[in-house]
Structures are given as C-alpha cells and as structure tokens.
Design a protein around this ligand. Structure first.
Ligand code: PDD
Length: 280
C-alpha cells in the first residue's frame, strides 16, 4: 500500500512519524474518514469543511488548501486502485523536539498522514441484511465531541464491551439520553418519523447524517432532531446508525430487546438504498 506522509508518497513500511509527535503523545490531532464508491469520493467537501473547523477549534494550523487535500485523496485512490473503501486522514499539531504540555511554537509543521483501506463489499454489506445488535454504555467522553479528535480510546473500549456482550456496537448515554454510537450517529424511527439527536457539542456532526436527513426530507419523511432515551429506542419501530464507513446500517436489537420485527426496517433500508444510489 502507498501512504502519504508530510508531502511524500511512500510504501507503508517506509512511512515514519516522530516519537515526539503530539498526536502520539497527547492525542493532539484530528482526523477524517471519507468513503469511496466506484472509485469516487463521497462528500469530500463536507469532510474538508468539518476538518477545517476541527483544526480551527483546536488552533492547529491548516497545512494546505482543500484543493491540495483533494489531490492527495485522488492520488491515493488511484495509486492503491481503490474501488470501494475508505481514506483515513490525520493531522496533528506536529512534532516538536520534546514533550511539553504547552503548545509548540506556531511555526511547527503539522503532521499530515493519509492512507487507504480497501473494503470490497462496503455497499453490498451482509450486515445491512441482518442488522446490528447494540448495547448501551455511559458516555464518559470529553465535552467537545463535535471536534473530530483522535482521542478514540473510550469508543474503542465501547466496541470491545459490545463484542464481549455478543453485540456489534454500543450507543452512549448521557443524562438519560442517547448521544451517539461509538463511531456513528444514532437514529430511531417511530411510525413515519425519524428521530436523531440534535446537533451540539455532545455529538459529532456526521457528514453522512447531514446527507441522510436531506434525502429523508426530500422523500417527504418527517425528521425530529431531539434527544431520545434507550427505552424510547427499544419501543421504536426501527433503529439505525450512519457513518462514512457503514452508510445507513439497521439496528435490530438494543440491550437485548428486539426492535420492531427484529429485522432491518423499511425506512432504514430505503434510506440506505437512496444514500448509495445518490453517492455512486
Ligand atoms: N466515525 N459519531 C462519531 C463519534 C464518529 O466517530 C463518526 C464517524 C460519526 C459519523 O460521522 P460521519 O458520518 O461523518 O462519518 C459519528 C468514523 C467513520 C471513524 O471513526 O471511523
């Protein structure tokens, strides 16, 4: 695999980052995951905009214009011959020559890394036909989840807790309400109404979420952006998640309680179809 690091395209085993990198020592960095379908990037512009915002909120210098970032994405898709898959991008505050809590001088170059992940069958996923089981866990992450930082230890632990419980993923709960999934936004369907948490600092503003809500409204579906509880979700007709790596994925069980018929719902399946159609 060819990866990109700080201006160079290299074989993955030759790509290196400093031991003093702030991303490595302090999780001082942000990332984006953009999906590829049929060799085409989905929603690059949305990811670039969110990246710029994450960088600005953390006062990390934006290392290049969106045009240049797009070129790197396209170059990696071509060099690695990606038909269906993901592009991971990470930018950290860079690598000063020591460890220090104080931010390094402004002229420290941010570290820029991109790599591809080939995922044949991303669109035609078997999981979309059976649906996912999720468990609920307390949301103990920091308070700025709207910034896409690389602090992913708790989400990673959440997936492991789900796995240990025989489930696929976890929904996080704060003050009695679902915030989001470990690496996705969470939704329920009540009759003809799609309910998903309102935007704020408590969740990541999903690029897939924005697209799916737009498609839902265009298809005359009702959308309510508000908090909901696990009990309300267990009682819903359907549930699903969205993210760049799963698109729209049905959820059929929450904390052991079956949702609807225990099979992927009509609304989730239809939204998945529309999303994939529109993205190709
Ligand atoms: N995760 N919420 C969280 C906490 C996420 O980590 C993600 C994405 C989303 C969905 O955002 P989007 O629709 O823009 O992908 C919501 C990526 C895919 C990941 O960490 O791999």
């Amino acid at each position: 695999r060819t990866v990109y690091v700080n201006g160079e395209y290299l074989p993955e085993h030759e790509a290196k980052v400093s031991v003093f990198d702030r991303g490595f020592l302090m999780a001082d960095g942000v990332y984006e995951v953009t999906s590829v379908l049929g060799g085409k990037l989905i929603d690059f512009e949305g990811h670039a905009k969110r990246l710029a915002r994450s960088l600005s909120e953390l006062q990390i210098r934006k290392p290049m214009e969106d045009e240049a970032l797009l070129d790197i994405h396209r170059e990696l898709v071509a060099r690695n011959d990606i038909d269906e898959g993901l592009i991971y991008l990470q930018i950290t505050r860079g690598a000063p020559n020591d460890r220090d809590f104080i931010f390094p001088p402004k002229d420290t170059e941010p570290t820029v890394v991109l790599f591809t992940q080939s995922k044949p069958g991303l669109a035609d996923s078997p999981a979309a036909r059976t649906g996912l089981k999720v468990i609920s866990i307390p949301d103990i992450r920091w308070g700025r989840r709207d910034i896409k930082t690389v602090q992913l230890l708790y989400p990673s632990m959440g997936k492991m807790m789900a796995k240990a419980a025989g489930a696929d993923d976890a929904w996080m709960v704060e003050e009695g309400a679902v915030t989001e999934g470990t690496s996705n936004n969470a939704y329920i369907v009540k009759g003809n109404t799609i309910v998903t948490r309102h935007l704020g600092n408590e969740i990541l503003h999903g690029i897939t979420r924005a697209a799916v809500l737009r498609f839902a409204r265009e298809a005359q579906m009702q959308v309510e952006e508000r908090a909901f509880t696990i009990e309300e979700a267990q009682d819903a007709t359907e549930a699903f998640i969205t993210s760049a790596s799963t698109f729209v994925m049905p959820v059929v069980e929450i904390d052991g309680a079956q949702i609807g018929a225990g099979t992927p719902g009509r609304v989730a399946s239809r939204l998945r179809e529309i999303y994939i159609e529109e993205s190709r």
